[in-house]
Design a protein around this ligand. Structure first.
Ligand code: MN
Length: 271
């Protein structure tokens, strides 16, 4: 607690007295957001583990990122500073507002494509976690007219169609392909709509879900489903799940995401 010149005692936490004053002053002008407060340590731990699992399962490599909404404020989200997901620790997690402005950057680099996360969170109140990756097996479905469809029950979340985002429609023919501002993030979020997964032509994909465990499940099995679909398409004309089967399978699977999570966590963390 700090005794202020106004005569009141203020609990300013870790931010420090000057920092608190500056943040309050700037926030009053609407320029710099303030923190939503301390994050549940279990959520931070799950976010770190999610980063490691996604690498271990071949969804992300040096690139790609995963985020989760802040447990105290749906207008904040948590994501690593710019670094390879496999190397993320709790200390690397930053808090962002829904403009993807970091609350306390402390000189650290941030992901260029963080706007993917903020713009989806803005449009999808049901979404609490997001993965963006360049996982390779889905790319052929982003770059051809062949739709990605659910091949097996585990990928039921792909039912109802998997939209493809064409960045040329928004950024023209000479972009660097990255979702590097809010306008591009918004356009991607519109294409995602109410779906679980959207593909990004020439780039990768994004998965959205109601929790970290669900979104990791979806990111992993979108990649697996794309791989086995490509095998089936080489053999002949595959039968896919119809929308009713996909919906029913997703409902069942959504209650089972802890099972693979525990397995993947043990593998990724080596314990
Ligand atoms: Mn990317």
């Amino acid at each position: 607690m700090v005794q202020c010149s106004c005569g009141m005692a203020h609990d300013i936490g870790r931010r420090g007295f000057l920092g608190a004053l500056m943040a309050a002053a700037v926030d009053a002008q609407g320029a710099v957001p303030v923190s939503a407060g301390p994050v549940d340590p279990a959520l931070i731990e799950d976010l770190v583990v999610a980063n490691h699992i996604l690498y271990d399962q071949g969804v992300v490599d040096g690139f790609g990122h995963v985020s989760v909404r802040h447990d105290r404020d749906p207008n904040r989200y948590l994501m690593s500073r710019s670094m390879a997901p496999a190397l993320v620790t709790a200390d690397d997690i930053l808090e962002y507002d829904l403009n993807s402005t970091p609350i306390d950057q402390r000189g650290r680099a941030v992901y260029l494509e963080r706007f993917i996360h903020s713009e989806i969170y803005k449009l999808r109140p049901d979404v609490r976690a997001i993965v963006h990756s360049h996982s390779p097996s889905v790319i052929p479905y982003a770059n051809t007219k062949v739709p990605l469809r659910p091949m097996n029950h585990i990928a039921g979340f792909l039912g109802g169609g998997v939209p493809v985002f064409e960045i040329r429609d928004v950024a023209g023919p000479a972009s660097n392909m990255l979702i590097s501002n809010a306008a591009l993030g918004h356009a991607l979020a519109i294409v995602l709509g109410s779906h679980a997964v959207a593909l990004m032509r020439g780039h990768g994909s994004v998965a959205a879900a109601q929790s970290l465990r669900h979104v990791v499940f979806r990111a992993v099995y979108a990649e697996v489903n794309a791989r086995i679909s490509s095998e089936a398409l080489r053999l002949g004309e595959p039968t896919f799940l119809n929308d009713e089967e996909a919906q029913a399978a997703m409902k069942t699977n959504d209650a089972l995401v802890d099972r693979p999570w525990e397995l993947w966590r043990r593998r990724a963390e080596g314990k």
